[in-house]
Design a protein around this ligand. Structure first.
Ligand code: NAP
Ligand code: ZN
Length: 364
């Protein structure tokens, strides 16, 4: 089937979604408008959507100064689903394909950054939720806590057929956000890599770093996660509040990836790096972290940041996960339990990603 239209406002349709009407309001059902597919669009029936801590940060307006929330807010950027219609000019996807959508649904496409294939840094990027909607279908884009979505084909990824679909959903954000910096840092056989925080991103980082062949060490504040960390692929676990254990590893890491969602002491973690080595932050706490100059100066160390990944490397990551059989460890929930799941995520009670089964929306 092929569905096309000429103008952006001559056709929309209604989709089911769950939305927050305010920073502290619970998520509740809402019907939202989606555009009917335009020539380069892919319409997707959403089957599963992961719950990322960014969904909470955004909806609670934690990032007010950088990415202020607009309500109603429909979160969700770890989407997998089945193609239900394509525009006449779509070549990369066909009806029936299993596909994914991550944090980006559009970008400028013609600026130097996009031409360099780095859409995730484009100043004109359109995030899956909370960005101004260029098509005027809604004030801002609405995310994947929804029955369907329409996305330009460039931002639609192929999901390897051998992967469990619920487990594959978190690859679209947690997977690429950890794959990209680990790859860029060149981790592999012979490198000692620290993963700070064993949550959604952290547990994907452990699996990926292990698949890259690195010596993987988890730094956690939760001693009860030690067995899981080893099962997920860690060679060693350090409880970061144990000063003696931290001191025993001083100056020994080639690279550290920090996935922590809240304020924490990065200076004691930086002391674990070798000379000249780097700690990359992907966690995005609401408030700035305190950084001691000496933690960097005394070892010629650096701190850097990393934002998701570009579209080409997201497909590369999915294909890598397909070859290695890597998916997230998920707890699948119906949408009706999403508010409880958010509370559990805030308390650190998830092993290790909640994923919403969109079939449950039919019960609303
Ligand atoms: P998550 O599942 O909640 O995991 C966060 C982990 O951080 C927790 O499991 C916990 O690990 C640790 N942690 C939490 N509070 C802590 C505290 N007060 N002190 C020390 N450690 C603490 O969250 P997520 O979905 O993985 O997301 C992690 C962060 O990455 C969020 O801030 C999110 O917004 C951000 N993010 C960034 C990007 C990007 O492009 N850069 C993309 C996606 C998400 P332990 O129990 O093991 O200590
Ligand atoms: Zn995310």
């Amino acid at each position: 089937m092929s569905t096309t239209r000429d103008t952006p406002d001559d056709s929309t349709y209604l989709a089911r979604a769950w939305a927050a009407r305010g920073a502290r309001a619970p998520l509740a059902p809402l019907q939202i408008a989606r555009r009917a597919p335009m020539p380069r669009d892919v319409q997707i029936e959403i089957l599963y959507c992961g719950v990322c801590h960014s969904d909470l940060h955004y909806t609670h307006d934690d990032w007010h100064d950088t990415l202020p929330a607009t309500y109603p807010a429909v979160p969700g950027h770890e989407v997998v689903g089945r193609v239900t219609a394509v525009g006449a000019e779509v070549t990369a996807h066909a009806v029936g394909d299993l596909v994914g959508v991550g944090c980006l649904v559009d970008s400028d496409r013609s600026c130097p950054i996009c031409r360099a294939g780095r859409e995730n840094f484009c100043p004109g990027q359109v995030l899956t939720y909370g960005s101004p909607d260029r098509h005027g279908t809604a004030p801002v884009t609405y995310g994947g806590y929804s029955s369907s979505v329409v996305v330009d084909e460039h931002f639609v990824l192929r999901v390897p057929r051998n992967l469990d679909l619920a487990g594959a959903a978190p690859l679209l954000c947690a997977g690429i956000t950890t794959y990209s910096p680990l790859k860029r840092a060149g981790v592999g056989p012979g490198s000692k890599v620290g993963i700070v925080g064993l949550g959604g991103l952290g547990h994907m980082a452990v699996k990926l770093a292990r698949a890259f062949g690195a010596n993987v060490v988890v730094l956690t504040t939760s001693p009860r996660k030690a067995d899981d960390a080893r099962r997920l692929g860690a060679h060693e676990v350090i409880v970061s509040t144990d000063a003696a254990a931290m001191a025993a590893h001083a100056g020994s890491f080639d690279f550290i990836l920090d996935t922590v969602s809240a304020e924490h002491d990065i200076n004691s973690i930086l002391a674990l790096l070798k000379l000249d080595a780097d700690l990359t932050l992907v966690g995005a706490p609401a408030r700035p972290l305190a950084l001691s100059s000496f933690a960097l100066i005394l070892g010629n160390r650096s701190v850097s940041g990393s934002a998701i990944g570009n579209i080409r490397e997201t497909q590369e990551m999915l294909d890598f996960c397909g070859r290695h059989g890597i998916t997230a460890d998920v707890e699948v929930i119906p949408m009706q339990q999403v508010n409880e799941a958010w509370q559990r995520l805030e308390r650190g009670e998830v092993k290790y990603r909640f994923v919403i089964d969109m079939a449950s929306l039919k019960a609303d």
